[in-house]
Design a protein around this ligand. Structure first.
Ligand SMILES: *Cc1c(COP(=O)(O)O)cnc(C)c1O
Length: 468
């Protein structure tokens, strides 16, 4: 065991030390990638192999990837993977305690509950009686939130239930509604104001019109940090609207939620206190490994009512006392003690370490916004609410043809930037325009890499503009 453990640990430490030097994206040509893919599709052998040889194969597999743990990871919403969290998870997997019901490991269940209470009460400002569930990610959190809202507000008659969100909502919102049995045509995309936030007056109008037409509006989903632009919807106004109209108010803060640890974040994300449920993703802005999401709800009883279930084979399972059984708060029964991978880093580093790192990301985004705004060939349409900065090639004039040419140039710009392999950016569509985004979330991304990124962007913008 010692030799095996050491072999794995040595490799991981070496890889982690090399992260800043490693290419930010796939260093292999496509043929070599296909060969590796083919070789890994093979079934397992009847007789076992050698650990060192297998680890070497694993390294090849892990190398052929976006370097999502490294400082150049600025595409999508990066998840950086804390080393201390990985160690916690090794301990977790090796002890293999059962995380479905509290009775099976009551103290570890309390450990997990402490993480959930911290998120619900300290981070989100929900009152006593709140609680929640650690999920595998934001999509599962959205699913359980939608099921709870549906159960609480619609009962079993789903046919006329309607949901309100915006075009900037993550696709998991519509997917959760579909999985929860809500008609696709009953997911309303409320118009947004020019600053890309949900238009609360338009939402009120849509709810009134639907109600007049005999539908049953039951769920309002705001986004606190959209995936495209990091924009925060007007939460206090929308909370008021939901209360007035008796809708369940869900905030999708998968990306933005943990910025509430910072003073600026708490200001920009005011209104969480009024939510019925909130999604947060520790695997994004708490730097945990992938597979770590969270759902917190104002009233834990409602989540329980929507997800509780039992069977004869569970008759020996007593109530866990003060700590709820996670199996009755979501779709999964058997799962690991998910809280451990958050508990160890939070206790080892302290919450200040996370706050300082998130503050640094807000500073880096301000800096990137200022530098990009000064490049005349670029259009930088929004000031960042959080740590995402968007930009695109500025069209020569206001015609559609010029916008199309600028979109094409933005596409080329992204390719040229990513070809450096020092950073990876991604693109999206904002107001019909091809738009590049820099999303700064990794705990390993600091000023040096952002300055390098900005230099690459400036150089390649000049290149695209001069038609080189
Ligand atoms: C990432 C994200 C999600 C989806 O979360 P997963 O963890 O990828 O399932 C939902 N909403 C927003 C705003 C996100 O950024």
């Amino acid at each position: 065991m010692t030799d095996m453990g050491r072999a794995v640990l040595d490799r991981i430490i070496e890889r982690t030390e090399q992260l800043a030097l490693r290419p930010a994206s796939h260093p292999l040509p496509p043929e070599a990638t296909s060969e590796l893919v083919e070789s890994f599709l093979a079934p397992p052998p009847a007789r076992g192999g050698d650990l060192k040889a297998l680890l070497e194969r694993l390294d090849d597999a892990a190398d052929c990837a976006l370097e999502s743990a490294g400082p150049g990871s600025l595409a999508y919403i990066p998840g950086s993977g804390l080393f201390s969290s990985a160690l916690a998870e090794f301990y977790n997997r090796a002890t293999n305690r059962y995380g479905g019901v509290a009775m099976a490991a009551p103290v570890l269940a309390a450990l997990e509950e402490s993480v959930i209470r911290w998120i619900a009460e300290d981070v989100c400002g929900l009152p006593a009686g709140s609680g929640g569930l650690l999920t595998s990610g934001g999509s599962m959190a959205a699913f359980s939130a939608t099921v709870a809202a549906r159960h609480d507000r619609l009962g079993e008659d789903l046919a006329t239930g309607t949901v309100y969100t915006t075009a900037f909502a993550h696709h998991s919102v519509a997917k959760a509604a579909r999985l929860a049995g809500i008609r696709a045509a009953h997911v309303r995309l409320v118009p947004h104001t020019p600053d890309l936030r949900m238009d609360a007056a338009a939402a009120a109008e849509a709810i009134r019109a639907d109600r007049a037409a005999g539908l049953r509006p039951f769920l309002l989903v705001a986004t606190a940090g959209t995936t495209d632009t990091g924009t925060v919807d007007p939460l206090p106004e929308l909370a008021d609207l939901a209360r007035r109209e008796d809708l369940w108010f869900h905030i999708d803060a998968a990306y933005g939620g943990f910025f509430r640890l910072t003073a600026r974040g708490r200001e920009r994300l005011a209104g969480f206190e009024h939510a019925d449920s909130i999604t947060l993703d520790p695997h994004k802005t708490l730097f945990m490994p992938f597979g770590t999401g969270a759902l917190v709800v104002r009233d834990i009883e409602v989540l329980h009512a929507a997800h509780g279930g039992t069977g004869n084979y569970l008759q020996d399972v007593n109530d866990g006392g003060s700590v709820p059984d996670s199996a009755h708060l979501g779709p999964e029964l058997t799962h690991e003690i998910r809280g451990l991978r958050a508990w160890l880093p939070l206790h080892l580093h302290g919450t200040d370490a996370f706050r300082e790192s998130l503050d640094e990301k807000l500073d880096l985004a301000e800096h990137a916004h200022a530098v990009l705004s000064a490049i005349p060939e670029l259009e930088v349409p929004a000031h960042p609410d959080l740590s995402t900065v968007i930009f695109r090639i500025r069209p020569a004039d206001g015609t559609r043809a010029a916008a199309d040419r600028a979109d094409e140039a933005s596409r080329r710009l992204l390719e040229r930037i990513n070809a450096h392999r020092r950073i990876v950016l991604s693109s999206t569509v904002v107001e019909g325009r091809h738009t590049l985004r820099v999303c700064i979330v990794s705990h390993r991304t600091h000023r040096d890499r952002i300055d390098e990124a900005l230099e690459i962007i400036a150089t390649e913008t000049a290149g695209v503009a001069s038609g080189e």
